[in-house]
Write a protein that binds this ligand. Structure first.
Ligand code: FAD
Length: 247
């Protein structure tokens, strides 16, 4: 059985009614940008645990996690009730392969996320390796409503720090929003709208793609990218796509 370490909530930031970020102080957990740990709370004598990607860079503290309340979900509604000073438990070891050490070099690094799937990419964008190895990075975030676009200030700062090298594209599916593309990421890969918006070529020759979040978006994006000659990257069989499903 996993032994959890006890942490303390430093801040609960509420972006919308259902989207929150939890900042936690705890003993050191070593991780690579893009990895996750498990957060846990005691429920009826047992630890109820779920995986959450680190938003913070490995060298930054406190730990930060970005999550949404799933109404029928057992953990998220409890997490949302936590306040500064409350206890929360963390698995002491990080895990996950959505990390740059598993991704080959390329001209363009594409980071495709739905909703809270942007969390590991925020950590990756703070890493030195991202900017040393990829001349251009395209961050693509898809949400339903414009109000769900979190971390805009952080992304604007990253764009300033890496002038001309970070392109941010947003999709808003359920309403019209200025500056946002309509529809879904996979369709925009197929019809060329994503490349046009990013001003970069999404080709097997020059791209690596990391995909995170809703499993339907992940699967459909992998299929759309296959039409461009791209396939999943494996250590023994190099390719172009690295994915993480949140459920
Ligand atoms: P659960 O019983 O876990 O899930 C109930 C149902 O809710 C699922 O069957 C699914 O249909 C849906 N669901 C699960 N996760 C989400 C989600 N994020 N958005 C919308 N619907 C969802 N979630 C985060 O919010 N942020 C993260 O950084 C994050 N990182 C993850 C990393 C990994 C490797 C994995 C496997 C999952 C990650 N998740 C993340 C999902 C997270 O572990 C929980 O499943 C989620 O927070 C819901 O927990 P729950 O106990 O309330 O409901």
């Amino acid at each position: 059985m996993t032994k959890f370490i006890q942490g303390k909530v430093v801040e609960q930031r509420r972006w919308t009614e259902r989207l929150l970020s939890l900042k936690v102080e705890a003993d050191s957990i070593a991780f690579e940008a893009g990895q996750f740990t498990r957060l846990a709370l005691p429920v009826e004598g047992e630890m109820l645990a779920r995986a959450y990607s680190f938003v913070n860079a490995p060298q930054e503290r406190p730990y930060e996690f970005y999550y949404n309340i799933v109404p029928e979900g057992p953990l998220t509604r409890r997490l949302a009730g936590l306040e500064a000073g409350d206890a929360v438990w963390l698995a002491p070891r990080a895990a996950g392969f959505l990390v740059l050490s598993e991704v080959p070099d390329a001209e363009n690094l594409w980071l495709l996320a739905t909703g809270t799937g942007i969390a590991p990419f925020l950590s990756i964008l703070e890493s030195e390796a991202a900017w040393r190895r990829y001349p251009r990075i395209v961050l693509v975030e898809a949400v339903r409503h414009a109000g769900e676009l979190a971390y805009r200030e952080e992304i604007a700062r990253l764009k300033r720090e890496h002038e001309g090298r970070l392109v941010a594209v947003v999709f808003v599916s359920r309403e019209q929003a200025p500056g946002a593309l309509a529809g879904r990421i996979p369709q925009a890969i197929l019809d060329g709208r994503l490349e046009a918006a990013a001003g970069a070529a999404l080709s097997a020759a020059g791209s690596q793609v990391m995909v995170c979040g809703n499993p339907a978006m992940v699967t459909d994006s992998v299929h759309a990218l296959a039409q461009r000659g791209m396939k999943k990257h494996r250590r023994r069989s190099p390719g172009h796509i690295t994915v993480e499903n949140y459920w």
